[in-house]
Design a protein. Sequence first.
Length: 293
Amino acid sequence: MALTSALGTPGSPRTMLTSSLNLVSTPYAFLYEPPLIILHAIRQLTSILKLGYWIVEDLVDRATEFYPKGGLAQLRRGLKQLSKAGIVAILDHHALPGVQDPQQQFTGRCTTDIQFYTPYNYHRALVWTAVMTALSHVDSAFSNVVAIEAVNEPIMDATKTPGYGDFQKNFVLVIRAVELLLGIPVPKTKGAVDLDVDVQVSPNITVSLGYANQLPPIFSKEVRTAVLESIPILLKLCVKLSLKDIFNYAVSSRKRESLYTNFMDVNWQHNDPANPADATIGPQIYDNHLYYS
């Protein structure tokens, strides 16, 4: 308890790196109030929520991919319970489209047919990121979300993850694009690109995101397209979940700050991996996993 007391305030990078706990498993999120009360009592201040890409149901190819529905409603419920207990959350993209690691249950499908490291599935993951970023800033149920993690445990051999370095950069740019279009300033980070730019903003976030093509050249076509493709998904969610704030968003009333972008540390991979630090724009954190056998 003395250790957790010394870690810092909820949501601080040090707290998130050293006091995180996995509370949500795939394919469904099960969060119960009694354990959350205990976690609050022992100052467990940050949780990592393991999410599958299928939580954004429009991204699932129902002809070939067979995943459950209703996960987003469970996530919203769980986030509210965490918030009530004073616990902030990291949204961890734990199961990626196409599967990112062979024969791992946490990917949602145990298979050796790994297809995540392809343009098609990288793009689906970017659209997922755009949706989650928008919800994190607009939906009150997501008010305690402080970070989004790009990929849980990519294949360790970097020679088997082609294009992953570019995906890391696009992941950060998608989050920052959504934030800029919502009128949320991205703080300057030492050695990173300065995104102090003027963009058009509307109280209707689907209108604001529609201005993606007006973003400066640093935001590639791939990034802008991912943001634009999130709009019809958000519109459907607005109706399904009664998210009226999507049409009447006021950033000043939310007092929201930029999310932390989150990656597995560069040391997770070998064979000359891309360094996620090179993707940094705004606040960014890292994690690594230590296994005992």
